[in-house]
Ligand binder design. Structure first.
Ligand code: FES
Length: 105
């Protein structure tokens, strides 16, 4: 089986407001994209706890994504469950090319 990750073309950077969250479907996978402090993060759109839609959550003062369902927190780069319940959020590398966001998986 070929498991090589490839870059998938995503939305334009200008489609996302600062500290904004945007849910997109890339090659059949639902991804939540966050723009924060001029950095772009990409992670699974569904919470690893019980499937909450993370793009409907918020960003706390430390830059964690807060799930809208039970308010567990995750670091958008590492996926670490910073509120301590022991879950892991799947995260993906991102890059920018000519103003467009690409996500690798
Ligand atoms: S579904 Fe996200 S914290 Fe429960």
């Amino acid at each position: 089986m070929n498991t090589t990750a490839v870059w998938h073309s995503g939305p334009l950077l200008s489609d996302i407001v600062a500290d904004g969250l945007l849910e997109v479907e890339l090659s059949g996978k639902l991804i939540c994209i966050l723009l924060r402090e001029e950095q772009v993060f990409a992670f699974a759109a569904r919470c690893p706890h019980a499937g909450g839609r993370l793009c409907e959550g918020r960003i706390d003062g430390k830059g964690n994504i807060v799930c809208p369902v039970h308010h567990y927190k995750f670091h958008p780069k590492t996926g670490r469950n910073t509120s301590g319940e022991g879950y892991q959020l799947k995260t993906f590398p991102t890059k920018l090319e000519a103003g467009r966001i690409f996500v690798q998986f």
